[in-house]
Design a protein around this ligand. Sequence first.
Ligand SMILES: [Fe+2]
Length: 134
Amino acid sequence: MLCYNWVDDMSVNVKGIDDHNKDLIGIMNVIYYSLENGTNHLVVPEICFEIMNKAWNHFTREEDLMKSFNYPEYEQHKKEHISFLAEVVDLYDKYRFCTSGDDVGMELSDFLDTWIALHIMNSDKKFGQFMQRN
Ligand SMILES: [Fe+2]
């Protein structure tokens, strides 16, 4: 099974944001390993909880930074963060009482995969570029 690695292309050139996104990749790898060794149904609810806590802190800091730069796409970006948190809460609810199942974790890893492609590689990078220009 594939695992994720941080690549420089993922950088938004803001250390705090990059550090959080590296954390997220580490979490994705925990999901992959749990899928491989069959402990996925045990770790996925915990991982959802960990993501919620970390993402909440990270999003708040990122949004504060956007406000301080008068970032014009702040509202749209914030909506993406809120939607991410809502989805993780839904996945947590769905899997918290799961006792077994091969597919537990796949939905979460697919969701995080999409988040990296659409948010980190697009929306966060856009903000990083905006900061560098201003
Ligand atoms: Fe963001």
